[in-house]
Write a protein that binds this ligand. Sequence first.
Ligand code: GLN
Length: 199
Amino acid sequence: APVIGVLALQGDVREHLVALAAADAVARPVRRPEELAEVDGLVVPGGESTTISKLAVLVGLMEPLRARVRDGMPVYGTCAGMIMLADKILDPRSGQETVGGIDMIVRRNAFGRQNESFEASVDVRGVPGEPVEGVFIRAPWVESVGAAVEVLAEHGGHIVAVRQGNALATSFHPELTGDHRVHALFVDMTREKRTAESL
Ligand code: GLN
């Protein structure tokens, strides 16, 4: 089974570890560069993106994260994690950096201005069966994407799920619902990358 880390600096780490294990990955927290080096893929959880960014710099993970994402490591960001994977934030807070990896501009707290938190059914391309129940908590949306980015889902006319190569991001939190299909999609992406490398 692929070994998938969850960036464990701040945010809902435990929920992602549970969802990944349910989707047949070996899941473990990543707090240090040595731990990042040992995983096949990585989830960047929801939480507070400025805090995650500052802690990543503090513990020396920001550059190693950028290097591995540039190198094609499968990575999945939810909510604050989506913000971390954006090449550009529309309204960054001071000192806020991103890992990048997805050619998109993200607006922080975009849905939060309308509604602190809500749930909505979302059709996600690549996730078979019924729509995913999307939990949005002060969620970002994707303002615009570059040509290499595949839009996987929209809600209310706004992009809420994207993929570019091995990088996946959702505005919402599948780790909070007990439905592990989005995590299963990511585990498959990681498994495919590993298989391709061993050929
Ligand atoms: N609004 C938060 C941020 O800007 C994200 C919220 C979340 O991850 N649930 O980082």
